[in-house]
Design a binder for this molecule. Structure first.
Ligand code: NAD
Length: 539
């Protein structure tokens, strides 16, 4: 890799991390051989930003905006991050959900510049050597997917690369991880999506998916290669199919600095929303009963963390689990069913089988949590029934992207005459009903994983433990202001995300120090130390 400090002229203008383009001063233009290569005006970053936003807004659709922003990331990284940080409400939905879902579907058609690292079955035995082709020496965060369960969209094969790229952009924008320390990885083991395989533009390995031992061996080789080249890197597993997600989590959680965002990050984000919802409903957290629609990795991860949180409140594990009920595609999850996955068994209670609506009627939950990937499954009947049972029913429609949400914000408020405490995975606009405007909270993992990662890196954590996610959930809930709650929102404004991430990072680092998982000495002022490490994209 060339030394960035020595870059000059055209090379400097084409290096995304060093390029300031029209902001280069007269002195810099002289010193770096830029005379003649730039228009005369010397701009500020603010003027550049104005131009960026003008261009974003003039595009005719969100995919075009996504392509434009990706190109900006490729040519001027600091301007890209400045734009995202300063306009997070407008640009986050373009850089991540919901637009990233469409971008993944169309990945092979909108592909311009390669970004990230690919691992295929053909790379067996060479992954460590291939890693030497990556230009950075100090990678700290790796986000890896195999593309098999992208958001709620299913198997998108190598098109899923949009997810690690997007998640790492959020690490940078929301928690100030240095972009050079981020490595997006596509574990491209083929796809069982026939439509993709027939697409002549498809860019991935065009075979059926690798499975079984060969699959696990490839993951193992990759993990060992990362540990060898970047020993302090955190590995985040993202959008794996549920059985693989659980197996990999259980294989690596005690061996490697790693976590699964769909299971653990989602859990902390939802737990935080549940904590905050009790400040609206007035119910005690330890008295709540929840019903999950969907019993996959997201829902079970939430239930596992909730169990731990309820045990902290003094319940036994058994009592805690009795508060948590699941309904999946085949109805209420009960002990007599013989089609359940291992992760469902702790929640398969002794109860007659029931449909979703009957289960709500009989069990009277306070909160519904949807993690199905199946839109419209929070039906009008179900939501109305929740409002009959509860003064302030919790309706969490978490499935992404927006088109997969179990119900819309408008439906939740309308069917409950505005009583619902609503949260969704992807953003919904405010809804005005009978003169009252409700601001739906976005239960997005972005509130959790960047802060957890930052805290782990800052403390030199050797492992990620559940207590870090419990602490993150409590810290996030505490950042929700009375004004947010009065507006109906159980999450803080996205505009506060950097200070939220800093607060979470500080508590996560505290947990690492307290539990003997930190490899660095604890500084006197942990928060200040972390703040100082945060990447600032200003020139
Ligand atoms: P999964 O495939 O493991 O689980 C899906 C579950 O939904 C299964 O139990 C299935 O039986 C059930 N289901 C499907 N259709 C149903 C129907 N019509 N009625 C009842 N149950 C039905 O998937 P997962 O990893 O658990 O993810 C599920 C969803 O959660 C995805 O759409 C994902 O976008 C969402 N999610 C959201 C966030 C967030 O940030 N908000 C985070 C993680 C996952």
């Amino acid at each position: 890799m060339s030394d960035k400090n020595e870059l000059r002229g055209f090379d400097l203008l084409h290096d995304a991390s060093s390029n300031k383009s029209t902001v280069f001063s007269a002195e810099e233009r002289d010193a770096f051989g830029l005379r003649g290569l730039l228009p005369a005006a010397i701009c500020s970053q603010d003027v550049q930003l104005e131009r960026i936003l003008e261009n974003v807004r003039r595009k005719s659709n969100d995919i075009e905006r996504y392509v434009f922003l990706s190109a900006l990331q490729d040519r001027n990284e600091r301007l890209f991050y400045r734009a995202v940080i300063d306009n997070i409400n407008e640009l986050l939905p373009l850089v991540y959900t919901p637009t990233v879902g469409q971008a993944c579907k169309e990945f092979a058609h909108i592909f311009r510049q390669t970004r990230g690292f690919y691992v295929t079955p053909d790379d067996r035995g060479h992954i460590r050597a291939n890693l030497d082709n990556w230009p950075e020496e100090d990678v700290r965060v790796v986000v890896i997917t195999d593309g098999e369960r992208i958001l709620g969209l299913g198997d998108l094969g190598a098109n899923g690369m949009g997810i690690p790229i997007g998640k790492l952009a959020l690490y940078v924008a929301c928690a100030g991880i240095d972009p050079s320390q981020c490595l997006p990885v596509m574990l491209d083991v083929g796809t069982n999506n026939e439509e993709l395989r027939q697409d002549p533009l498809y860019l991935g390995t065009n075979t059926a998916r690798l499975e079984g031992k060969a699959y696990d061996d490839l993951v193992e080789e990759f993990v060992l290669a990362i540990q060898d080249k970047y020993p302090s890197a955190l590995i985040q597993f993202e959008d794996f199919l549920t059985p693989n997600a659980y197996r990999l989590l259980n294989t690596y959680r005690d061996r490697v600095l790693s976590f699964n965002d769909d299971i653990q990050g989602t859990a902390a984000m939802v737990l935080s929303g549940i904590y905050a919802s009790t400040r609206i409903s007035g119910l005690k957290f330890e008295d709540l009963k929840l019903m999950f629609l969907g019993a996959g990795s997201a829902a079970t991860g939430i239930a596992d963390l909730l169990t731990k949180a309820l045990v902290e409140k003094g319940l036994s594990e058994q009592e805690a689990r009795q508060r948590l009920w699941f309904v999946d595609i085949n109805g209420l999850v009960v002990g007599s069913r013989d089609d359940l996955a291992p992760h469902n068994l702790p929640y398969a209670h002794d109860h007659p089988p029931a449909s979703f609506i009957d289960a709500i009627r009989v069990l009277e939950p306070n909160i519904l949590v949807g993690a199905t990937g199946a839109p419209g499954t929070f039906t009008e009947d179900a939501v109305r029934l929740m409002a009959e049972i509860n003064e302030r029913p919790g309706i969490f429609a978490l499935s992404n992207p927006t088109s997969r949400a179990e119900c819309t914000a408008e439906q939740a408020y309308e069917w409950t005459s505005g009583a619902a405490i609503f949260a969704s995975g992807s953003p919904f606009s405010p809804v005005t009903l009978n003169g009252v405007t409700h601001h739906p909270g976005q239960g997005n993992n972005v509130y959790i994983f960047p802060g957890v990662g930052l805290g782990a890196l800052a403390s030199g954590a050797t492992r990620i433990c559940d207590e870090m996610f419990l602490a993150a959930a409590g810290t996030l809930a505490a950042t929700v202001s009375p004004t947010d709650l009065a507006n109906g929102s159980i999450y803080p404004p996205l505009a506060d995300i950097r200070s939220v991430s800093l607060a979470i990072a500080t508590t996560v680092a505290e947990v690492a120090h307290a539990r003997g998982l930190a490899s660095r000495p604890r500084p006197d002022d942990l928060e200040q130390m972390i703040l100082k490490t945060m990447y600032d994209p200003s020139y």
